[in-house]
Design a protein around this ligand. Structure first.
Ligand code: NAD
Ligand code: ZN
Ligand code: ZN
Length: 342
């Protein structure tokens, strides 16, 4: 089969021919119908030797049609259209029992890694999924439109639901970075909270996208943003700041624009750190760095999409065009999410 692999440290992703995998005991093979490109793939490809087993097939956002069942795998049928819940855990600990496999404390010691982030990923013609419980029925959702809900939808949803109590009518939410995750975050905030949404980006096209998907205000992400947020909130600041960049300048904006007793959700992994403390963050404010989302939250995100409340802006590419799509992701010129149809 053909696959998009990151083969050696420092190289560009390549389209290669590799053997089609066979599903082992309990596993399911999907014929991939769509796979999404995430900014985290860039982070993976920036790491030193030994961080991940190489070569590695990329892609941690995947949907497909069940193609073959390994021995003992039951609960899905060949031909079912499914989405992959990618934050694989051990399946048996307390966190996993709650569906929060994204916070499984045992996964790393057991060598369990998500597809595309250690295990072979979805940017290929076929994908092996370790367990039927990682599959969520897609039903009549279009695979290309739905695939990025598994990360670009689920990750902001998890961050927003975690801060839901701070986002009643009259509150303000700031979204920093209107890329794959951020443009869905704006829609989720509009759909399930009463917050006024202020979006920040360095790129004017992304500010335009933010307004199109429901942001009340979209501002340039620079030093002037803090004063603007203070002014728009009557001096109070934002009850929640969602940082989908996580770099030093955006964390500084988050720190200075969050309200007292507010919350900062650092989703982006842009290498910045934020010192929380009595003399650095507003009184009562909390800082959190959430990871991905839970299985039940993925079901909820798919329901939101089914109801028409949220959607992903998609740029569609073929498998051969995936390296070019990664170049565009690097340049920051993707509008919404790049999705590959193998
Ligand atoms: P993306 O490339 O699609 O979007 C990034 C956006 O940020 C772009 O619109 C870009 O213009 C904007 N941006 C860059 N610098 C900025 C700045 N200084 N101020 C404001 N905006 C700025 O990225 P994505 O795929 O949406 O991912 C966003 C971040 O979230 C990445 O760091 C990614 O690795 C991370 N991520 C984290 C998790 C998690 O579980 N915590 C999951 C998925 C992605
Ligand atoms: Zn991701
Ligand atoms: Zn577990």
């Amino acid at each position: 089969m053909r696959a998009v692999q990151y083969r050696s440290v420092g190289s560009e992703p390549e389209v290669v021919e590799i053997p089609t995998p066979e599903p082992g005991p309990g596993q399911v093979r999907l014929k991939v119908t769509a796979a999404g490109l995430c900014h985290s793939d860039e982070f993976v490809m920036s790491l030193p030797e030994g961080s991940f087993p190489l070569p590695m097939t990329l892609g941690h956002e995947g949907v497909g049609v069940v193609d073959a069942l390994g021995p003992g795998a039951t609960g899905v049928s060949v031909g079912d259209s499914v989405a992959v819940y990618g934050a694989w855990g051990c399946g048996t600990c307390h966190a996993c029992a709650r569906g929060a496999e994204n916070y499984c404390p045992r996964a790393s010691a057991l060598g369990i890694q998500p597809p595309g982030l250690g295990a072979p990923g979805a940017l290929a013609e076929y994908l092996i999924v370790d367990d039927v419980r990682h599959l969520v029925p897609l039903g009549d959702l279009d695979p290309v439109a739905a695939v990025s809900l598994t990360d670009a939808g689920l990750t902001p949803y998890h961050a927003i639901v975690s801060s839901l109590g701070s986002l009643p009518a009259g509150s303000t939410a700031v979204v920093i970075g209107v890329g794959g995750l951020g443009h869905v975050a704006i829609q989720i905030l509009r759909a399930i909270t009463g917050a006024t949404v202020i979006a920040l980006d360095v790129d004017e096209e992304k500010q335009k996208l933010a307004r199109e998907v429901g942001a009340h205000r979209a501002l340039h992400s620079d030093d002037s943003a803090v004063a603007a947020i203070r002014q728009l909130t009557g001096g109070v600041g934002a009850q929640v700041v969602f940082d989908f960049v996580g770099a030093p300048p955006t964390l500084e904006i988050a720190r200075q624009s969050v309200a007292q007793a507010g919350r900062i959700e650092i989703v982006g992994i842009g290498g910045g750190t934020l010192a929380a403390g009595f003399f650095s963050t507003p009184m009562g404010a909390s800082v959190r760095a959430p990871y991905w989302g839970t299985r039940s939250e993925l079901l909820e995100v798919l329901e939101l999409a089914r109801s028409g409340a949220i959607h992903v802006e998609v740029e569609q590419y073929t498998l051969d065009e995936a390296p070019e799509a990664y170049r565009k992701l690097h340049e920051g010129t993707i509008r919404g999410r790049a999705v590959v149809v193998p």
